[in-house]
Design a protein around this ligand. Sequence first.
Ligand SMILES: [Zn+2]
Length: 324
Amino acid sequence: MDNVSYQRFPTVRIRDIKDDVLKFELRDTDASIANALRRIMIAEVPTLAIDLVEIESNSSVLNDEFLAHRLGLIPIVSDRAMEMRLSRDCDACDGDGRCEYCSIEFHLSVKCTGDQTLDVTSLDLVSSDPSIIPVDAAGRAADMGGFESNDTRGILIVKLRKGQELKLRAIARKGIGKDHAKWSPAATVTFQYEPEIHINEALMETLTLEEKQEWIDSSPTKVFELDPVSQQVVVVDPEAYTYDEEVLKKAEAMGKPGLVEIYSKEDSFIFTVESTGAIKASQMFLNAIEILKSKLDAVRLSFDTEEADDQFGELGAHMRGGGI
Ligand SMILES: [Zn+2]
C-alpha cells in the first residue's frame, strides 16, 4: 500500500487557457470534489444580469415582457460580482434603484427616424458604471484600438421601423444560476475520467498485420495506431477513448479476449470549462474553489459552536436510529 498518496493534496495542471475556455487536469482527488466544483461553476458562481426593467416607451413589435426577458439574457461583465452584495441582503438601499453595493443601472433610448430598419443592440445600453457593461461592448472597446471593427455589433434586442421607439431603464443585480439560468457564468462545464489503457503485447503479437489494422479500425476514435517501423500497436491518444468498448468487443469477436485492458482512473479528471464571457473561464474555476471552501468552513464552524453540540447529538441519535 502506498501510505503517502492519501495525504497528497489535489493538483491542477492547466492544458489550455483562453479568456473564455479553460482545460485542465484535476488529480489526486475523487469524483465528489470534481462534481462539486462542476456544479458550483454552473449554479453558484455569481454574475450580474438584468433583473428589473422599467419600460418608459415601447412601440416596437415585441411586447414589454418579451423585451425584459431578452435583456436578462445578455451577459454582463461580472468581474466584481463576487464582492458585490445580493440585493435581497443589501441594507444600503431599497433594492430597486442605483446602489453601489448591489445594483447597476442601465438606460436605453433609441428611436428610428430613417427609412432603414434600425437594430437595437446591447451596445445601446448605457451603464451607470463604465466598468460594468454588456460583454460584447467590452470586446468592442478592446477591439477598437484605432480602427473600426465590424465583427462586434452587440447582441440584437429588437429591430425598429421608422417612427418606432424604445426607451427603458434596467437594473442589473448579482445572482446565481441556481436562482435563474441567466446568472450562470458557464456555457459548458464537463469532465471526463482519464482512461488508462494496457495492451497485452504477447497476445497482440499473435495477430497478423492485417488483423492488427482491423482491430485498430474498430475504434470509432483514433486511440491506437500501427507503428510503421516496429509494426506494433501503440496507444497514440488515450483520451480519445470514449468508453464505447468497441475495441473490447472486437477483441472478443476475434477470439482474443484480454487483448487490451481499459480502466478509468478514479482520481484523475480532465475538465473543459467554457464561459459565457461574463467572467473569464479561469476566474470561474477560482471562484468555485473559493465558494466550496467557504461552504466547508461553514460546516466546520457549525461543529465548533455550542449550538452544534445539539445538532451533533441529533445526528448521533439519527445514526443509531438507522441501525448503524
Ligand atoms: Zn443595495
